[in-house]
Design a protein around this ligand. Sequence first.
Ligand SMILES: [Zn+2]
Length: 431
Amino acid sequence: MSRRPAIRPERLAARLARFAEIGATPRGGVNRQALTEGDRQARALLADLALARGFALRQDDAANLFLRREGGDPALPPLLLGSHLDTQPTGGRFDGALGVLAGFEVLEALEDAGARTGRAVELVSWTNEEGCRFAPGAMGSQAFAQGQIAPEWREARAPDGARLDDELALTLAVLPGVLLAPLGSPIAAYLELHIEQGPILEREDVPVGVVTGIQGTIWLEVTLTGQAAHAGTTPLDFRRDPLAAATRLLAALHGEVMPSDPQARFTVGRIEASPGSVNAVPESVTFTVDLRHPDAARLAALEQRVREAAMREAERARCTASFRPLAHMPPLAFPEAMLEVIETGAGRAGLPTLRLISGAFHDALHVARCAPTAMIFCPCRDGISHNEAEDVEPRFVAAGATALLEASLAFLERAEMGTSIETRGAAMRAG
Ligand SMILES: [Zn+2]
């Protein structure tokens, strides 16, 4: 009989350190942007590790790289684990790499224990999650979910001039012997471990975050238009000053939106006055609004509040307000059964859990369209990420990987039970 599979924390820590060398920055971070030489080296290293353990490899048109540990019935859709190996230009050692290497550790733990699983367990390294070199982000997982690469993505140019299609071809060529499979394949479920990129788990000292979903996002561009006028000669009651209106509007929104709802996020990250002259009342002011909320109705209400407040303040200043929607991503809730799988697994390992929502986008957002999906969050120091100072305590790395392993085992048990129940039902009907 095989032993119960177990994570080896020191092996995982060494792997994380080894991958952090690829694209290492002088300040202790990682610059391994998507589809660069560093990204290709990391993929080649992962492929070598997979072959050394006898795992099968395949890649797809989007250069997503899959590692497969075969199960009892190769025809059953696999349980998929994964994350990404690309980083921000001044990225950290854990954002993405933790999920991929913990997933690899799970495959190795199964292999070490000689575990026989009913279905295959696969690990994927998604291409270009960060989106900082080529837009959009989460490109590989989106292509997987849609079954194709959007034609306009292929022509995308990096700031360094490289074309996405050329970089994809170079990246695929790094693993010439690896099977090129069609984009998108059936999967039973998807589990992703990722650093929280926020402060909640560390503050609560809870090692395992059970991610309930990904909050919705609305990006809106607001323009207030008044009348340009001389700064020295125009008295107050002759002014139609859109910047004065914008100032009052933003002060009011900052004072209300987040203080009145702890789940709401309101950010103005860009503002521009036109013509932007030191001695003229501006003609117009344009700013962006980033709104987030886990609840779709509350998110819509927030947008309405911003629009109404903008129109009100514009009118008071005898200006007009106009709006341009830039993006709308509805909130996503992961299935309750998948959250329970993680909680069951973590419980068996004696790891405390906390449910929380993801404030950031992840590959899981797209994979959730194809299969039951859930995410595990790992506490990171001071909630810092997209930063070279990003750090995760070794005990939290070990706990995250253990939770991923135990959740995988819990899912496999459940799936196998589901299969046998279905089979029995079918047999009964047949009889
Ligand atoms: Zn990430």
